[in-house]
Structure formats: C-alpha cells, structure tokens
Design a protein around this ligand. Structure first.
Ligand SMILES: [Zn+2]
Length: 153
C-alpha cells in the first residue's frame, strides 16, 4: 500500500505517481499507520478525476452550488466534456430537485410544513456551502445528506 503525501490518497503497490497531483508516492511507514490517517470514504470520488480536469474546470464545477439552476445550465454548456464538472452538476441537480420538492410539499402543509420548509432550506444552504468549499479544495465528494437519498447517481 502506497500513499500520496500531498493528497493523502491511498494507492496500491504498483502505482507510481498520484492520480490527482502527479506527485511521487511513498510507502506507508508501517502497517498500523496504513489505516489510521484516512478511513476509506466511499462518497469521496476525488481520485477518479484527472488533476488537469479538476484545476481547469473548478470554476464551472462551483457554479451549480452558487447559482443553482442557472449555474447548472452554464456548467452544462461550458464544460460538458469535463467529468469533474459533470459530477458537480449532478450533485447540484440533486440539491435543486430536493429543494423544489421541499418547497412544494412544505408550502401546501400549513404551519408545520412552513416550519419544516424553513429548516430544510437552511440545511440545503449549508450543504451547498460545504460542497462549494469541497470544490475549492479540488475534491469530488458527494453532497452530505443529499447522498443518502439515492437518486440521480
Ligand atoms: Zn497527490
């Protein structure tokens, strides 16, 4: 087992360089440390994307979280060939769909629905902020909370 000291991503022994930053990989000093620094996170897809793609299309990948539907459309038009951007378009789409559902359901149920709508809106906003900062760091993590809803994979 090897890892990248910059990105803290794990690779197997035959990997030569880091798939994300292109840096040299080193072996874990011992077996124990292998599992300590980072537990495998199935919702983190950062390693699946090209470092060049991430750095070039970061700006477009941020749009769905900042501008919702408008951002999704712009990202689709401007960076359709970027798998990294498309990953975030899907995440942004999920958040926007959930937001519409919450608004519709919340609005038709008086009082309880309105309170729930208010709470959900705040939660969705926080999710968008978390996702936005994740893009700033060049990561590709699935949106928290939204990921458990299991649609639009
Ligand atoms: Zn790296």
């Amino acid at each position: 087992m090897k890892y990248c000291p910059n990105c803290r991503l794990s690779y197997d022994d035959n990997a030569m360089v880091c798939g994300r930053c292109g840096g040299q990989l080193t072996y874990y000093p011992d077996q124990q440390q292998q599992y300590q620094p980072q537990a495998y996170d199935p919702t983190d897809h950062t390693a699946e994307f090209d470092a060049k793609d991430i750095s070039e299309n970061k700006v477009f990948a941020m749009l769905p979280y900042i501008m919702s539907w408008i951002g999704i459309v712009i990202a689709l038009l401007a960076a359709q060939s970027s798998p990294y951007t498309m990953f975030h378009v899907r995440q942004g789409l999920k958040i926007s769909v959930v937001s519409i559902l919450v608004t519709v359901v919340g609005a038709i149920i008086p009082i309880i629905g309105w309170i729930a709508l208010g709470i959900c809106s705040v939660i969705l906003l926080v999710v968008q902020i978390i996702c936005f900062f994740s893009v700033c760091k060049g990561h590709a993590k699935e949106a928290p909370i939204i990921k458990s809803l299991g649609f639009l994979k």
